[in-house]
Design a protein around this ligand. Sequence first.
Ligand code: G1P
Length: 289
Amino acid sequence: MKVRKAVIPAAGLGTRMLPASKTVPKEMLPLVDKPVLQYIIEEAVEAGIEDILIITNRSKSPMDDYFDYYPELERRLSESGKEKELAAIRRPADLANIFYVRQKETKGLGHAIGRARRFVGDEPFAVLLGDDIMRYQKPVIGQLIEAAEKYDASVIGVQEVADEAVSKYGIVKVEPLDGKAFTIRDMQEKPKVEEKFSNYAILGRYVLKPEIFDLLEKQTPGVGGEIQLTDSLKTLCTQDRMIGVDFEGRRYDTGNLKGFMEATIDFALDHPETGEWLKSFLKDKAAQL
Ligand code: G1P
C-alpha cells in the first residue's frame, strides 16, 4: 500500500475565529511567519505525499494565490538582493502539486471529503484537517501511513483527552493491538461524557481506503445536521480493518482562539529568529503577573 495523495478540507466558515477570519480564511492566518495551511502541507510533504487536494469554498481564494508564484514581487526582491525573502515566497509554490475543489455547500466534514472522490480514485489517501496543527519529531501523518502499510488498514490518529473535552471530538472504541496501535471497533461523534466509549479522540489525521466514498455518498446527516465523516468511518470499521494510532506529537486546534495562541507561542519558541527573544520576554512577563 503506497499513500501518495492527501486531502485537506479547508472549507469551514471559521466562525470561532471571527472577526479575524471574516475576509482572511482561518487557514491563512499566520502562525509566527507562515500561514497555518503551510505547516499542514509541509507535514504531508515530509511524509512523502506528492499530490494534495485542498477542499475550499468561495471565500478562500487567497489560498491558491499563496501557493502560486508572484513574479512582480520576486523580481523586486531579486533586484534588491533579498535572497532569503525570495526563497521564502517561492517555497510554498514549489512544495507539492496542489489541486483545489470547492465544496459548494457547507454540509459538514463528510460531505467535504466526498468532494475528493475524483481526485483520489482507487488509492488509499491521507486526510489532514485544515485546523489541526502538529508539532512533531516525525510527521504525524507519516506515523499513520507506516501503520496503514504495516496492517493494510485504514488508520486514524488518536490521543487521550480529558473528560471535559470528550464532547468536542470523534471518540473511538479500541482494543489493544501492539504498543501504540489499537484495533478500532466502533466510534461516535461528539458524545456526551456519560456515553463515551473511551477517552481516545480523533485529532485531525487519517489514512483512508477509497471504500469510504461509497459510504459517504449514502451517509445521512448526523450531529449538527451535518454529513459526518465519523458516521461513515463507524460503518467502515465494521467492514474492514481499522487501526487507531496513539501518535507522537502535540496537536493544536488553531480553529479557536486559545489553541491558536498556544500554537503561536510554541512555534515562536521553536523559531530560530524569535525563540531566545520570546523566552526572555515571557520570563519577564511571568515575573510581573
Ligand atoms: C472534526 C471531526 C471530529 C474530530 C475533530 C478533530 O470535528 O468531526 O471527529 O475529532 O474534527 O479536530 P470539528 O472540529 O470539525 O467539529
